[in-house]
Design a protein around this ligand. Structure first.
Ligand code: UDP
Ligand code: MG
Length: 319
């Protein structure tokens, strides 16, 4: 075995109907394996009674190590908080709604023991996903891979195992707007992919509202790439070329054919086209500038209301 301790990190936002079932499933799985383990639930400002259930589970089972964030910070930052506080020789991140099957944990550990540092799972197809979600997701990953500097695997999920060394490396990434899949893809290490089919949620509905989903998608594009900024350059070169041809045409008509060029419609078309293009490019620059401003504030990524009960980063404290 490559190490003896495992941390499981689970972001939780309003999962009261799933938590007990999920905890039982993890206990069942871990009972078959010979590891010291901790189950870090990061309560991401839930507004249902998830907090009470987590406190109850903490009382019942010493493996349960909940962290309570002061407010809803979003799935990606909740995961980051869990990874910052995970002490295991290996760390598995997974969702708490049973869509990331606990039965896959032994497979992830097998690969880790074979020497892989990051075992990344790839979701084949979510059985309960709508055709619209499937289509937009497929199109999005295509676009992202065209413009992104690092490859991002379609279907890549935040269900993965990371060796402690990879977790330590990941902790150096401190940007606010983050797309963890993109960061992991760019980190190197010895990575392998495992495919799985995500079952429907055990209970409740998706906590990713269309707004949150769009935010994550936009973060993916803007944090993985500066390509959008270059759209202005390409469009500028193309339109300069087009206007050069237009000037030649005008000169030809004026001097060779000696015809006056009639034309407010063409002038309006040009003004509208270039005006639109300039606004688009300004908007893109504004997006990057706004992001740069947000990051330069260097605010904390998340605020903890109540931390892990046992000493943080004390690796020997795992039972
Ligand atoms: N989640 C979170 N904060 C949020 C939204 C979601 O911690 O703001 C958690 C949620 O409780 C779940 C995981 O992130 O454990 C994945 O969310 P969900 O299952 O709703 O996403 P989907 O599977 O629909 O993409
Ligand atoms: Mg889910």
């Amino acid at each position: 075995m490559r190490g003896s301790s495992l941390s499981i990190v689970v972001p939780v936002y309003n999962e009261s109907d799933n938590l007990r079932h999920f905890h039982a499933a993890i206990c069942e799985e871990m009972a078959k394996l010979d590891y010291d383990w901790e189950l870090i639930f990061v309560n991401d400002g839930s507004t249902d009674n998830s907090k009470e259930i987590l406190l109850e589970l903490e009382q019942q089972d010493s493996h349960v190590q909940p962290i309570f964030l002061a407010k809803n910070s979003g799935h990606q930052l909740a995961l980051t908080c869990g990874l910052d506080h995970a002490d295991g020789d290996a760390v598995i991140t997974m969702d708490g709604d049973m869509q990331h099957p606990p039965a896959l944990i032994p497979t992830l550990l097998d690969y880790w023991n074979q020497g892989y540092d990051i075992v990344q799972t790839i979701r084949e197809a979510t059985e309960d996903a709508s055709w619209l979600k499937k289509l937009t997701s497929a199109g999005y990953y295509k676009l992202l891979n065209i413009i992104s500097e690092v490859p991002v695997q379609p279907g890549g999920s935040d269900f993965r195992l990371m060796d402690h060394q990879a977790v330590v490396a990941f902790r150096h990434y401190r940007e606010h707007a983050r797309f963890i899949r993109g960061i992991i893809g760019s980190m190197g290490f010895n990575q392998i992919q495992v495919h799985f089919t995500a079952p429907p949620r055990f209970a409740g509905v998706s906590k990713f509202s269309p707004k949150k989903m769009l935010r994550l998608a936009v973060d993916g594009v803007f944090t993985c790439s500066t390509f959008p900024l270059r759209i202005g350059l390409y469009a500028g070169v193309a339109s300069m070329f087009a206007s050069f041809l237009l000037i030649l045409h005008v000169l030809y008509e004026t001097f060779v054919q000696e015809a006056t060029v009639a034309g407010w419609p063409s002038i309006m078309a040009c003004i509208l086209f270039f005006g639109g293009m300039q606004l688009l490019v300004l908007g893109l620059i504004g997006e990057y500038l706004g992001r740069t401003y947000e990051e330069t504030k260097r605010r904390p990524l998340y605020l903890i209301e109540r931390g892990k009960p046992r000493d943080q980063n004390n690796r020997s404290a795992i039972s």
